[in-house]
Design a protein around this ligand. Sequence first.
Ligand code: F6R
Length: 611
Amino acid sequence: MCGIVGATAKRQVSGILIEGLLRLEYRGYDSAGIATQEISTKSFNRIRVSGKVRDLVVALSEQPIRGTGGLAHTRWATHGAPIERNAHPHIANGRIALVHNGTIENFVSLRKELEDSGRQLDSQTDSEVVAQLVDLGIESGSTFLGAVQQTVARLEGAFALGLMCSTDPGTIIAVRKGCPLVVGLGTDEHFIASDVLALRSVTNQFIFLDEGDIAVMSSGSLQIFDEQGQPVERDSIRVSDQGESVDKGSYRHYLEKEIHDQPQAIRSTLEGRITEQHISEPGLGRCVSEIFDKTSAISIVGCGTSYYAAYVAKYWIEDMAQIPCSAEIASEFRYRNAAVLDGSLFLSLSQSGESADTIAALRLAEQRNYMHTMNIGNVPTSTLMRESATAIAMRAGVEVSVASTKSFTTMLVDLLLVALLLARRRGFPREREHEIVKALHILDEAVECALLLDDRIRQLAEEFLLTQHALFLGRGVHYPVALEGALKLKEISYMHAEGYPAGELKHGPLALVDADMPVVAVAPNNELLRKVQLNLQEVRARGGRLYVFTDEAADFDHQNDVVVIEVPKVHPALSPIVFTIPLQLLAYHVATLRGTDIDQPRNIAKSVTVE
Ligand code: F6R
Protein backbone atom coordinates (compact mmCIF):
# COMPACT_ATOMS: atom_id res chain seq x y z
CA MET A 1 0.00 0.00 0.00
CA CYS A 2 1.14 3.60 -0.49
CA GLY A 3 4.32 4.54 1.33
CA ILE A 4 5.33 8.06 2.31
CA VAL A 5 8.81 9.29 3.15
CA GLY A 6 9.83 12.91 3.67
CA ALA A 7 12.90 14.70 4.98
CA THR A 8 13.99 18.22 5.74
CA ALA A 9 17.65 18.58 6.67
CA LYS A 10 20.86 20.49 6.18
CA ARG A 11 22.22 17.75 3.93
CA GLN A 12 21.09 16.31 0.60
CA VAL A 13 18.04 14.10 1.17
CA SER A 14 17.46 12.11 -2.03
CA GLY A 15 19.53 9.16 -0.71
CA ILE A 16 17.55 9.12 2.56
CA LEU A 17 14.28 9.20 0.67
CA ILE A 18 15.23 6.36 -1.68
CA GLU A 19 16.48 4.23 1.22
CA GLY A 20 13.13 4.88 2.93
CA LEU A 21 11.20 3.83 -0.17
CA LEU A 22 13.24 0.65 -0.46
CA ARG A 23 12.42 -0.16 3.14
CA LEU A 24 8.73 0.37 2.41
CA GLU A 25 8.75 -1.79 -0.71
CA TYR A 26 7.38 -4.76 1.20
CA ARG A 27 4.05 -2.95 1.52
CA GLY A 28 3.29 -3.48 -2.18
CA TYR A 29 2.96 -0.70 -4.78
CA ASP A 30 2.98 -0.11 -8.50
CA SER A 31 4.66 3.27 -9.10
CA ALA A 32 7.15 5.45 -7.30
CA GLY A 33 8.34 9.04 -7.24
CA ILE A 34 10.46 11.64 -5.52
CA ALA A 35 10.51 15.45 -5.44
CA THR A 36 13.22 17.53 -3.80
CA GLN A 37 13.59 21.21 -3.14
CA GLU A 38 16.71 23.38 -2.89
CA ILE A 39 16.34 26.23 -0.43
CA SER A 40 18.13 28.57 -2.86
CA THR A 41 16.03 27.90 -5.95
CA LYS A 42 12.79 27.05 -4.08
CA SER A 43 11.44 25.08 -7.06
CA PHE A 44 10.87 21.34 -7.10
CA ASN A 45 12.85 18.66 -8.96
CA ARG A 46 10.73 15.62 -9.56
CA ILE A 47 11.14 12.13 -11.01
CA ARG A 48 8.35 9.56 -11.17
CA VAL A 49 8.20 6.10 -12.67
CA SER A 50 5.58 3.50 -13.28
CA GLY A 51 7.20 0.41 -11.78
CA LYS A 52 9.61 -0.28 -8.98
CA VAL A 53 11.91 1.81 -6.79
CA ARG A 54 14.84 0.27 -8.67
CA ASP A 55 13.50 1.94 -11.83
CA LEU A 56 13.42 5.21 -9.92
CA VAL A 57 17.02 4.65 -8.85
CA VAL A 58 18.02 4.13 -12.49
CA ALA A 59 16.18 7.31 -13.50
CA LEU A 60 17.91 9.21 -10.68
CA SER A 61 21.32 7.96 -11.74
CA GLU A 62 20.69 9.34 -15.22
CA GLN A 63 19.29 12.60 -13.90
CA PRO A 64 20.39 13.22 -10.29
CA ILE A 65 18.30 15.70 -8.33
CA ARG A 66 19.46 17.87 -5.46
CA GLY A 67 17.67 19.26 -2.47
CA THR A 68 17.81 19.47 1.32
CA GLY A 69 14.08 18.89 1.61
CA GLY A 70 11.95 16.37 -0.20
CA LEU A 71 9.08 13.94 -0.39
CA ALA A 72 8.97 10.47 -1.87
CA HIS A 73 6.23 7.94 -2.39
CA THR A 74 5.31 4.48 -3.52
CA ARG A 75 1.79 4.37 -4.92
CA TRP A 76 -0.69 1.52 -4.79
CA ALA A 77 -3.24 2.56 -7.37
CA THR A 78 -6.79 3.28 -6.24
CA HIS A 79 -7.98 6.21 -8.36
CA GLY A 80 -6.42 6.03 -11.81
CA ALA A 81 -4.09 3.52 -13.47
CA PRO A 82 -0.55 2.93 -12.17
CA ILE A 83 1.04 5.21 -14.76
CA GLU A 84 3.69 7.90 -14.33
CA ARG A 85 1.18 10.75 -14.58
CA ASN A 86 -0.73 9.38 -11.59
CA ALA A 87 2.39 8.69 -9.50
CA HIS A 88 3.21 10.95 -6.53
CA PRO A 89 4.52 13.49 -5.64
CA HIS A 90 1.87 15.60 -7.34
CA ILE A 91 2.79 19.19 -7.98
CA ALA A 92 0.05 21.80 -8.23
CA ASN A 93 0.84 25.01 -10.05
CA GLY A 94 4.58 24.53 -9.46
CA ARG A 95 3.90 25.58 -5.85
CA ILE A 96 2.62 22.63 -3.83
CA ALA A 97 4.22 19.18 -3.81
CA LEU A 98 2.15 16.46 -2.18
CA VAL A 99 2.32 12.79 -1.26
CA HIS A 100 -0.78 11.02 -0.04
CA ASN A 101 -1.77 7.71 1.44
CA GLY A 102 -5.44 6.77 1.81
CA THR A 103 -8.55 7.81 -0.06
CA ILE A 104 -10.41 11.10 -0.40
CA GLU A 105 -14.01 9.98 -0.56
CA ASN A 106 -15.49 13.30 -1.71
CA PHE A 107 -12.88 13.86 -4.39
CA VAL A 108 -15.38 13.77 -7.28
CA SER A 109 -17.23 16.87 -6.07
CA LEU A 110 -13.98 18.61 -5.09
CA ARG A 111 -12.49 17.90 -8.50
CA LYS A 112 -15.56 19.26 -10.24
CA GLU A 113 -15.36 22.40 -8.16
CA LEU A 114 -11.69 22.85 -9.13
CA GLU A 115 -12.39 22.23 -12.82
CA ASP A 116 -15.35 24.60 -12.76
CA SER A 117 -13.03 27.27 -11.36
CA GLY A 118 -10.74 26.78 -14.37
CA ARG A 119 -8.06 24.54 -12.82
CA GLN A 120 -6.60 21.84 -15.01
CA LEU A 121 -5.62 18.65 -13.24
CA ASP A 122 -2.75 16.54 -14.55
CA SER A 123 -3.75 13.21 -13.09
CA GLN A 124 -6.79 11.03 -12.49
CA THR A 125 -6.06 10.73 -8.77
CA ASP A 126 -7.97 11.85 -5.72
CA SER A 127 -4.62 12.99 -4.28
CA GLU A 128 -3.95 15.78 -6.77
CA VAL A 129 -7.23 17.40 -5.77
CA VAL A 130 -5.73 18.01 -2.31
CA ALA A 131 -2.60 19.65 -3.74
CA GLN A 132 -4.72 21.88 -5.97
CA LEU A 133 -6.99 22.93 -3.09
CA VAL A 134 -4.00 23.88 -0.93
CA ASP A 135 -2.57 25.87 -3.83
CA LEU A 136 -5.91 27.60 -4.33
CA GLY A 137 -5.91 28.51 -0.63
CA ILE A 138 -2.47 30.11 -0.95
CA GLU A 139 -3.54 31.93 -4.09
CA SER A 140 -6.42 33.38 -2.07
CA GLY A 141 -4.01 34.74 0.54
CA SER A 142 -3.72 31.97 3.13
CA THR A 143 -0.44 30.90 4.64
CA PHE A 144 0.86 27.43 3.76
CA LEU A 145 -0.37 26.06 7.11
CA GLY A 146 -3.68 27.92 6.86
CA ALA A 147 -4.31 26.54 3.38
CA VAL A 148 -3.56 23.00 4.56
CA GLN A 149 -5.88 23.37 7.55
CA GLN A 150 -8.72 24.75 5.43
CA THR A 151 -8.27 21.97 2.87
CA VAL A 152 -8.11 19.18 5.43
CA ALA A 153 -11.35 20.45 6.96
CA ARG A 154 -13.05 19.82 3.61
CA LEU A 155 -11.73 16.30 3.04
CA GLU A 156 -13.74 13.16 3.74
CA GLY A 157 -12.06 9.79 4.04
CA ALA A 158 -8.95 8.45 5.70
CA PHE A 159 -5.57 9.85 4.73
CA ALA A 160 -2.02 10.79 5.58
CA LEU A 161 -0.41 13.67 3.72
CA GLY A 162 3.05 15.16 3.28
CA LEU A 163 3.25 18.60 1.66
CA MET A 164 5.90 21.12 0.66
CA CYS A 165 5.48 24.62 -0.72
CA SER A 166 7.79 26.51 -3.07
CA THR A 167 7.24 29.76 -1.17
CA ASP A 168 8.14 28.15 2.16
CA PRO A 169 11.29 26.22 1.26
CA GLY A 170 12.51 23.60 3.70
CA THR A 171 9.12 23.24 5.42
CA ILE A 172 7.19 19.97 5.40
CA ILE A 173 3.62 19.78 6.63
CA ALA A 174 2.40 16.35 7.64
CA VAL A 175 -1.23 15.42 8.27
CA ARG A 176 -2.51 12.27 9.88
CA LYS A 177 -6.19 11.45 9.64
CA GLY A 178 -7.08 7.80 9.52
CA CYS A 179 -3.81 6.55 8.00
CA PRO A 180 -0.55 6.03 9.86
CA LEU A 181 2.18 8.67 9.79
CA VAL A 182 5.18 9.09 12.06
CA VAL A 183 7.61 11.95 12.53
CA GLY A 184 11.26 10.93 12.88
CA LEU A 185 13.51 13.16 14.97
CA GLY A 186 17.14 13.66 13.94
CA THR A 187 19.81 16.17 14.86
CA ASP A 188 18.96 19.27 12.88
CA GLU A 189 16.68 17.23 10.66
CA HIS A 190 13.13 15.93 10.67
CA PHE A 191 11.54 13.13 8.75
CA ILE A 192 8.10 11.74 8.06
CA ALA A 193 7.11 8.24 7.02
CA SER A 194 4.15 5.94 6.97
CA ASP A 195 6.12 3.34 8.92
CA VAL A 196 9.06 3.61 11.34
CA LEU A 197 10.86 0.96 9.31
CA ALA A 198 11.40 3.49 6.52
CA LEU A 199 13.50 5.73 8.77
CA ARG A 200 15.45 3.17 10.78
CA SER A 201 18.70 4.08 9.05
CA VAL A 202 18.42 7.75 10.10
CA THR A 203 16.77 7.75 13.53
CA ASN A 204 15.30 5.66 16.31
CA GLN A 205 13.35 8.51 17.90
CA PHE A 206 9.76 8.90 16.74
CA ILE A 207 6.57 10.79 17.40
CA PHE A 208 3.42 8.87 16.52
CA LEU A 209 0.98 11.55 15.43
CA ASP A 210 -2.51 11.38 16.90
CA GLU A 211 -5.61 11.32 14.74
CA GLY A 212 -6.18 14.76 13.22
CA ASP A 213 -2.68 16.07 14.05
CA ILE A 214 -0.91 18.42 11.67
CA ALA A 215 2.87 18.70 12.09
CA VAL A 216 4.87 21.57 10.63
CA MET A 217 8.61 21.00 10.45
CA SER A 218 11.81 22.38 9.07
CA SER A 219 15.30 21.01 9.70
CA GLY A 220 15.51 22.87 13.02
CA SER A 221 11.90 23.18 14.22
CA LEU A 222 8.82 21.06 14.81
CA GLN A 223 5.35 22.18 15.83
CA ILE A 224 2.31 19.96 16.16
CA PHE A 225 -1.32 21.11 16.08
CA ASP A 226 -4.22 18.92 17.14
CA GLU A 227 -7.50 18.42 15.27
CA GLN A 228 -8.82 21.71 16.69
CA GLY A 229 -5.73 23.57 15.47
CA GLN A 230 -4.31 23.99 18.99
CA PRO A 231 -0.53 23.59 19.48
CA VAL A 232 0.18 20.34 21.35
CA GLU A 233 3.17 18.45 22.68
CA ARG A 234 3.40 14.80 21.73
CA ASP A 235 5.78 12.43 23.46
CA SER A 236 8.56 10.96 21.44
CA ILE A 237 9.29 7.26 21.65
CA ARG A 238 12.59 5.52 21.21
CA VAL A 239 12.02 2.49 19.02
CA SER A 240 14.64 -0.05 19.83
CA ASP A 241 16.25 -2.03 17.09
CA GLN A 242 14.97 -5.58 17.35
CA GLY A 243 18.28 -6.60 15.84
CA GLU A 244 16.46 -8.65 13.30
CA SER A 245 17.84 -9.29 9.94
CA VAL A 246 15.43 -8.55 7.16
CA ASP A 247 17.50 -10.07 4.45
CA LYS A 248 16.66 -13.23 2.56
CA GLY A 249 19.77 -15.12 3.57
CA SER A 250 20.25 -18.02 1.20
CA TYR A 251 16.57 -18.20 0.26
CA ARG A 252 15.32 -17.09 -3.13
CA HIS A 253 12.40 -15.18 -1.75
CA TYR A 254 11.34 -13.66 1.56
CA LEU A 255 8.28 -15.87 1.40
CA GLU A 256 10.40 -19.01 1.27
CA LYS A 257 12.54 -17.73 4.15
CA GLU A 258 9.50 -16.83 6.22
CA ILE A 259 7.92 -20.26 5.67
CA HIS A 260 11.16 -21.80 6.91
CA ASP A 261 11.40 -19.31 9.81
CA GLN A 262 8.33 -20.87 11.40
CA PRO A 263 9.95 -23.32 13.84
CA GLN A 264 12.04 -20.49 15.29
CA ALA A 265 9.09 -18.07 15.28
CA ILE A 266 7.04 -20.64 17.21
CA ARG A 267 9.85 -21.14 19.73
CA SER A 268 10.05 -17.36 20.28
CA THR A 269 6.27 -17.12 20.59
CA LEU A 270 6.18 -19.73 23.33
CA GLU A 271 9.19 -18.46 25.27
CA GLY A 272 8.16 -17.49 28.79
CA ARG A 273 4.54 -18.26 28.02
CA ILE A 274 4.46 -21.93 28.93
CA THR A 275 5.99 -23.80 31.82
CA GLU A 276 6.64 -27.50 31.66
CA GLN A 277 2.97 -28.34 32.10
CA HIS A 278 0.95 -25.15 32.01
CA ILE A 279 0.45 -21.80 30.43
CA SER A 280 2.04 -18.96 32.30
CA GLU A 281 -0.52 -16.16 32.37
CA PRO A 282 1.92 -13.30 33.09
CA GLY A 283 3.87 -14.36 30.00
CA LEU A 284 1.07 -13.06 27.81
CA GLY A 285 1.26 -9.55 29.20
CA ARG A 286 -0.08 -7.28 31.85
CA CYS A 287 -3.76 -7.38 32.85
CA VAL A 288 -4.56 -10.38 30.66
CA SER A 289 -5.62 -12.56 33.61
CA GLU A 290 -7.94 -9.92 34.98
CA ILE A 291 -9.63 -9.49 31.60
CA PHE A 292 -10.07 -13.19 30.98
CA ASP A 293 -11.65 -13.56 34.45
CA LYS A 294 -14.42 -11.23 33.27
CA THR A 295 -14.78 -12.50 29.71
CA SER A 296 -17.98 -14.38 28.96
CA ALA A 297 -18.12 -13.82 25.18
CA ILE A 298 -15.61 -12.84 22.55
CA SER A 299 -15.70 -11.19 19.11
CA ILE A 300 -12.57 -11.70 17.03
CA VAL A 301 -12.08 -9.44 14.04
CA GLY A 302 -9.44 -9.31 11.30
CA CYS A 303 -8.89 -9.23 7.54
CA GLY A 304 -7.60 -11.88 5.14
CA THR A 305 -5.26 -14.34 6.77
CA SER A 306 -5.81 -12.74 10.17
CA TYR A 307 -9.52 -13.36 9.76
CA TYR A 308 -8.84 -17.03 9.04
CA ALA A 309 -6.78 -17.17 12.25
CA ALA A 310 -9.83 -15.73 14.03
CA TYR A 311 -11.97 -18.43 12.45
CA VAL A 312 -9.69 -21.20 13.75
CA ALA A 313 -9.79 -19.57 17.20
CA LYS A 314 -13.57 -19.57 17.14
CA TYR A 315 -13.55 -23.37 16.91
CA TRP A 316 -10.97 -23.63 19.69
CA ILE A 317 -12.60 -21.18 22.07
CA GLU A 318 -16.11 -22.53 21.74
CA ASP A 319 -14.88 -26.11 22.00
CA MET A 320 -12.53 -25.69 24.96
CA ALA A 321 -13.92 -22.69 26.83
CA GLN A 322 -17.56 -23.09 25.86
CA ILE A 323 -18.09 -19.36 25.55
CA PRO A 324 -19.74 -17.74 22.54
CA CYS A 325 -17.12 -16.59 20.07
CA SER A 326 -17.68 -14.86 16.75
CA ALA A 327 -15.05 -14.47 14.05
CA GLU A 328 -15.70 -11.66 11.66
CA ILE A 329 -14.19 -9.90 8.68
CA ALA A 330 -13.34 -6.38 9.83
CA SER A 331 -14.75 -4.65 6.74
CA GLU A 332 -18.12 -6.28 7.49
CA PHE A 333 -18.04 -5.78 11.23
CA ARG A 334 -17.36 -2.06 10.93
CA TYR A 335 -20.64 -1.42 9.12
CA ARG A 336 -22.79 -3.83 11.05
CA ASN A 337 -24.84 -3.24 14.11
CA ALA A 338 -23.56 -6.36 15.85
CA ALA A 339 -25.28 -7.50 19.03
CA VAL A 340 -22.84 -7.26 21.94
CA LEU A 341 -23.28 -9.82 24.70
CA ASP A 342 -22.53 -8.86 28.30
CA GLY A 343 -18.91 -9.41 29.24
CA SER A 344 -17.78 -9.39 25.59
CA LEU A 345 -14.14 -9.00 24.76
CA PHE A 346 -13.32 -7.41 21.40
CA LEU A 347 -10.15 -9.01 20.04
CA SER A 348 -8.54 -7.65 16.88
CA LEU A 349 -5.91 -9.62 14.99
CA SER A 350 -3.43 -7.97 12.68
CA GLN A 351 0.12 -8.68 11.62
CA SER A 352 0.77 -5.08 10.57
CA GLY A 353 -1.52 -3.43 13.10
CA GLU A 354 -2.40 -0.92 10.39
CA SER A 355 -5.23 -2.54 8.40
CA ALA A 356 -7.69 0.32 7.99
CA ASP A 357 -10.78 -1.87 8.33
CA THR A 358 -9.54 -3.51 11.52
CA ILE A 359 -8.69 -0.12 13.02
CA ALA A 360 -12.19 1.12 12.14
CA ALA A 361 -13.67 -2.02 13.73
CA LEU A 362 -11.70 -1.33 16.93
CA ARG A 363 -12.89 2.27 17.01
CA LEU A 364 -16.47 1.08 16.56
CA ALA A 365 -16.01 -1.47 19.33
CA GLU A 366 -14.82 1.32 21.63
CA GLN A 367 -18.14 3.09 21.14
CA ARG A 368 -20.14 -0.06 21.74
CA ASN A 369 -20.73 -2.05 24.85
CA TYR A 370 -17.61 -4.20 24.78
CA MET A 371 -16.17 -4.99 28.17
CA HIS A 372 -12.60 -4.57 26.87
CA THR A 373 -10.54 -4.29 23.68
CA MET A 374 -7.47 -6.39 23.00
CA ASN A 375 -5.15 -6.77 20.03
CA ILE A 376 -2.84 -9.55 18.96
CA GLY A 377 -0.33 -7.95 16.60
CA ASN A 378 3.18 -8.25 15.29
CA VAL A 379 4.22 -4.59 15.20
CA PRO A 380 4.54 -3.11 18.69
CA THR A 381 4.35 0.51 17.48
CA SER A 382 1.28 -0.05 15.30
CA THR A 383 -1.99 1.85 15.58
CA LEU A 384 -3.97 -1.23 16.66
CA MET A 385 -1.51 -2.06 19.42
CA ARG A 386 -1.41 1.50 20.65
CA GLU A 387 -5.16 2.07 20.51
CA SER A 388 -6.30 -1.24 22.02
CA ALA A 389 -6.72 -1.29 25.78
CA THR A 390 -4.53 -4.40 26.03
CA ALA A 391 -2.19 -6.05 23.56
CA ILE A 392 -0.52 -9.41 23.22
CA ALA A 393 2.68 -8.96 21.22
CA MET A 394 3.25 -11.60 18.58
CA ARG A 395 6.81 -12.70 18.10
CA ALA A 396 6.79 -13.77 14.47
CA GLY A 397 9.67 -11.42 13.68
CA VAL A 398 9.58 -9.02 10.78
CA GLU A 399 7.45 -10.40 7.95
CA VAL A 400 8.47 -8.86 4.65
CA SER A 401 6.70 -10.90 2.02
CA VAL A 402 3.24 -9.55 1.24
CA ALA A 403 1.63 -12.95 1.81
CA SER A 404 1.39 -13.84 5.49
CA THR A 405 2.89 -17.14 6.57
CA LYS A 406 4.75 -17.11 9.87
CA SER A 407 2.42 -14.44 11.20
CA PHE A 408 -0.53 -16.81 10.64
CA THR A 409 0.97 -19.76 12.47
CA THR A 410 2.36 -17.70 15.36
CA MET A 411 -0.95 -15.85 15.65
CA LEU A 412 -2.58 -19.28 15.95
CA VAL A 413 -0.17 -20.23 18.72
CA ASP A 414 -1.07 -17.06 20.63
CA LEU A 415 -4.77 -17.71 20.05
CA LEU A 416 -4.45 -21.27 21.30
CA LEU A 417 -2.94 -19.93 24.53
CA VAL A 418 -5.83 -17.46 24.82
CA ALA A 419 -8.34 -20.28 24.22
CA LEU A 420 -6.70 -22.40 26.91
CA LEU A 421 -6.65 -19.55 29.43
CA LEU A 422 -10.34 -18.91 28.85
CA ALA A 423 -10.99 -22.66 29.03
CA ARG A 424 -9.11 -22.90 32.33
CA ARG A 425 -11.69 -20.54 33.84
CA ARG A 426 -14.54 -22.71 32.62
CA GLY A 427 -13.47 -25.98 34.15
CA PHE A 428 -11.32 -27.32 31.31
CA PRO A 429 -9.47 -30.25 32.90
CA ARG A 430 -5.91 -29.39 33.95
CA GLU A 431 -4.71 -32.72 32.49
CA ARG A 432 -6.00 -31.71 29.07
CA GLU A 433 -4.19 -28.37 29.32
CA HIS A 434 -1.11 -30.32 30.34
CA GLU A 435 -1.38 -32.59 27.27
CA ILE A 436 -1.67 -29.61 24.93
CA VAL A 437 1.21 -27.76 26.59
CA LYS A 438 3.31 -30.89 26.28
CA ALA A 439 2.51 -30.96 22.58
CA LEU A 440 3.31 -27.25 22.27
CA HIS A 441 6.81 -27.96 23.59
CA ILE A 442 7.48 -30.05 20.50
CA LEU A 443 5.42 -28.08 18.01
CA ASP A 444 8.56 -26.52 16.49
CA GLU A 445 9.86 -30.02 15.71
CA ALA A 446 6.58 -31.04 14.11
CA VAL A 447 6.71 -27.92 11.94
CA GLU A 448 10.31 -28.73 11.02
CA CYS A 449 9.16 -32.21 9.94
CA ALA A 450 6.33 -30.71 7.91
CA LEU A 451 8.89 -28.49 6.16
CA LEU A 452 10.69 -31.65 5.06
CA LEU A 453 7.77 -32.17 2.67
CA ASP A 454 9.27 -29.36 0.59
CA ASP A 455 10.75 -31.55 -2.18
CA ARG A 456 7.68 -33.72 -2.44
CA ILE A 457 5.44 -30.69 -2.71
CA ARG A 458 7.73 -29.03 -5.26
CA GLN A 459 7.14 -32.07 -7.50
CA LEU A 460 3.44 -32.02 -6.81
CA ALA A 461 3.25 -28.35 -7.73
CA GLU A 462 4.05 -29.27 -11.33
CA GLU A 463 0.66 -30.93 -11.54
CA PHE A 464 -0.93 -27.55 -10.79
CA LEU A 465 0.97 -25.75 -13.48
CA LEU A 466 -1.49 -25.97 -16.31
CA THR A 467 -4.65 -25.82 -14.34
CA GLN A 468 -6.58 -22.62 -13.68
CA HIS A 469 -8.64 -23.53 -10.63
CA ALA A 470 -8.38 -25.50 -7.41
CA LEU A 471 -10.76 -26.36 -4.64
CA PHE A 472 -9.59 -26.63 -1.02
CA LEU A 473 -11.73 -28.63 1.39
CA GLY A 474 -11.70 -29.01 5.13
CA ARG A 475 -14.12 -29.66 7.96
CA GLY A 476 -14.39 -28.29 11.48
CA VAL A 477 -11.33 -26.39 12.61
CA HIS A 478 -9.60 -27.40 9.37
CA TYR A 479 -12.14 -25.58 7.23
CA PRO A 480 -10.45 -22.19 7.92
CA VAL A 481 -7.12 -23.92 7.25
CA ALA A 482 -8.48 -24.85 3.80
CA LEU A 483 -9.60 -21.24 3.32
CA GLU A 484 -6.11 -20.03 4.18
CA GLY A 485 -4.54 -22.60 1.80
CA ALA A 486 -6.76 -21.34 -1.03
CA LEU A 487 -5.99 -17.69 -0.23
CA LYS A 488 -2.25 -18.35 -0.25
CA LEU A 489 -2.43 -20.13 -3.60
CA LYS A 490 -4.54 -17.48 -5.29
CA GLU A 491 -2.67 -14.47 -4.04
CA ILE A 492 0.82 -15.58 -4.99
CA SER A 493 0.23 -17.84 -8.00
CA TYR A 494 -2.74 -15.89 -9.46
CA MET A 495 -4.54 -19.19 -9.82
CA HIS A 496 -8.18 -19.25 -8.85
CA ALA A 497 -8.67 -21.23 -5.66
CA GLU A 498 -11.62 -21.57 -3.31
CA GLY A 499 -11.89 -22.96 0.17
CA TYR A 500 -15.06 -24.84 1.09
CA PRO A 501 -16.35 -26.85 4.02
CA ALA A 502 -16.21 -30.37 2.62
CA GLY A 503 -19.79 -31.02 3.69
CA GLU A 504 -21.01 -28.14 1.50
CA LEU A 505 -19.62 -29.62 -1.69
CA LYS A 506 -22.85 -31.25 -2.76
CA HIS A 507 -24.73 -27.99 -2.25
CA GLY A 508 -23.15 -26.37 -5.26
CA PRO A 509 -19.39 -26.53 -5.89
CA LEU A 510 -19.52 -30.20 -6.89
CA ALA A 511 -20.78 -28.90 -10.24
CA LEU A 512 -17.24 -27.57 -10.86
CA VAL A 513 -15.53 -30.88 -10.31
CA ASP A 514 -14.11 -32.76 -13.30
CA ALA A 515 -10.77 -34.24 -14.30
CA ASP A 516 -9.30 -30.73 -14.65
CA MET A 517 -10.14 -29.64 -11.15
CA PRO A 518 -7.53 -30.38 -8.47
CA VAL A 519 -9.23 -30.82 -5.12
CA VAL A 520 -6.99 -30.36 -2.09
CA ALA A 521 -8.33 -31.88 1.11
CA VAL A 522 -7.13 -31.09 4.62
CA ALA A 523 -8.02 -34.35 6.31
CA PRO A 524 -6.28 -35.16 9.59
CA ASN A 525 -7.28 -38.32 11.33
CA ASN A 526 -9.83 -36.92 13.76
CA GLU A 527 -13.50 -37.46 14.54
CA LEU A 528 -14.48 -35.92 11.19
CA LEU A 529 -12.20 -38.05 9.01
CA ARG A 530 -14.93 -40.51 7.99
CA LYS A 531 -17.18 -37.62 7.02
CA VAL A 532 -14.43 -36.02 4.95
CA GLN A 533 -13.75 -39.35 3.26
CA LEU A 534 -17.41 -39.58 2.25
CA ASN A 535 -17.20 -36.07 0.80
CA LEU A 536 -14.07 -37.03 -1.11
CA GLN A 537 -15.82 -40.04 -2.59
CA GLU A 538 -18.21 -37.55 -4.16
CA VAL A 539 -15.22 -35.91 -5.83
CA ARG A 540 -13.73 -39.20 -7.01
CA ALA A 541 -17.02 -40.30 -8.45
CA ARG A 542 -16.90 -37.20 -10.68
CA GLY A 543 -13.34 -37.83 -11.85
CA GLY A 544 -11.83 -35.01 -9.74
CA ARG A 545 -8.07 -35.03 -9.01
CA LEU A 546 -7.64 -35.48 -5.28
CA TYR A 547 -4.68 -34.31 -3.18
CA VAL A 548 -5.23 -35.40 0.39
CA PHE A 549 -3.16 -33.99 3.23
CA THR A 550 -3.60 -36.35 6.13
CA ASP A 551 -1.68 -37.65 9.09
CA GLU A 552 -2.73 -41.26 8.67
CA ALA A 553 -2.23 -42.30 5.10
CA ALA A 554 -3.47 -45.76 5.92
CA ASP A 555 -7.05 -44.66 5.76
CA PHE A 556 -6.87 -43.52 2.15
CA ASP A 557 -6.69 -45.84 -0.82
CA HIS A 558 -3.53 -45.40 -2.80
CA GLN A 559 -5.22 -45.18 -6.13
CA ASN A 560 -4.26 -43.31 -9.24
CA ASP A 561 -6.78 -40.59 -8.69
CA VAL A 562 -5.74 -39.87 -5.09
CA VAL A 563 -2.43 -38.35 -4.07
CA VAL A 564 -1.86 -38.75 -0.35
CA ILE A 565 0.61 -36.51 1.46
CA GLU A 566 1.38 -37.49 4.99
CA VAL A 567 1.76 -34.63 7.46
CA PRO A 568 3.38 -35.17 10.89
CA LYS A 569 0.90 -36.33 13.51
CA VAL A 570 0.44 -33.92 16.40
CA HIS A 571 -2.03 -33.37 19.22
CA PRO A 572 -5.40 -32.61 17.54
CA ALA A 573 -5.45 -29.11 19.04
CA LEU A 574 -2.27 -28.25 17.12
CA SER A 575 -3.06 -29.82 13.77
CA PRO A 576 -4.40 -26.58 12.17
CA ILE A 577 -0.91 -25.13 12.65
CA VAL A 578 0.96 -28.10 11.23
CA PHE A 579 -1.44 -28.65 8.31
CA THR A 580 -0.95 -25.05 7.24
CA ILE A 581 2.73 -25.66 6.43
CA PRO A 582 2.36 -27.95 3.36
CA LEU A 583 -0.34 -25.66 1.97
CA GLN A 584 2.06 -22.72 2.20
CA LEU A 585 4.72 -24.79 0.43
CA LEU A 586 2.24 -25.76 -2.26
CA ALA A 587 1.34 -22.13 -2.93
CA TYR A 588 5.00 -21.14 -2.94
CA HIS A 589 6.07 -23.83 -5.42
CA VAL A 590 3.12 -23.35 -7.76
CA ALA A 591 3.83 -19.61 -7.81
CA THR A 592 7.53 -20.16 -8.43
CA LEU A 593 6.76 -22.46 -11.36
CA ARG A 594 4.35 -19.90 -12.73
CA GLY A 595 7.00 -17.20 -12.44
CA THR A 596 4.92 -14.68 -10.51
CA ASP A 597 6.26 -11.89 -8.32
CA ILE A 598 6.36 -14.00 -5.15
CA ASP A 599 7.11 -11.38 -2.50
CA GLN A 600 5.09 -8.57 -4.01
CA PRO A 601 2.20 -10.17 -5.86
CA ARG A 602 0.42 -7.89 -8.28
CA ASN A 603 -2.35 -5.63 -7.01
CA ILE A 604 -2.02 -6.46 -3.31
CA ALA A 605 -0.23 -4.84 -0.43
CA LYS A 606 1.27 -5.84 2.89
CA SER A 607 -0.16 -3.08 4.96
CA VAL A 608 -3.67 -2.27 3.79
CA THR A 609 -4.09 1.25 5.06
CA VAL A 610 -7.09 2.14 2.91
CA GLU A 611 -10.64 0.98 3.33
C1 F6R B 1 -2.70 -12.78 2.98
C2 F6R B 1 -2.45 -11.54 3.64
C3 F6R B 1 -3.58 -10.61 3.87
C4 F6R B 1 -3.49 -10.06 5.30
C5 F6R B 1 -4.57 -9.01 5.52
C6 F6R B 1 -4.58 -8.50 6.94
O1 F6R B 1 -1.54 -13.53 2.87
O2 F6R B 1 -1.35 -11.27 4.02
O3 F6R B 1 -4.80 -11.22 3.65
O4 F6R B 1 -3.63 -11.11 6.19
O5 F6R B 1 -4.35 -7.93 4.65
O6 F6R B 1 -3.37 -7.93 7.30
P1 F6R B 1 -3.01 -7.65 8.80
O7 F6R B 1 -2.89 -8.95 9.49
O8 F6R B 1 -1.71 -6.90 8.73
O9 F6R B 1 -4.11 -6.81 9.36
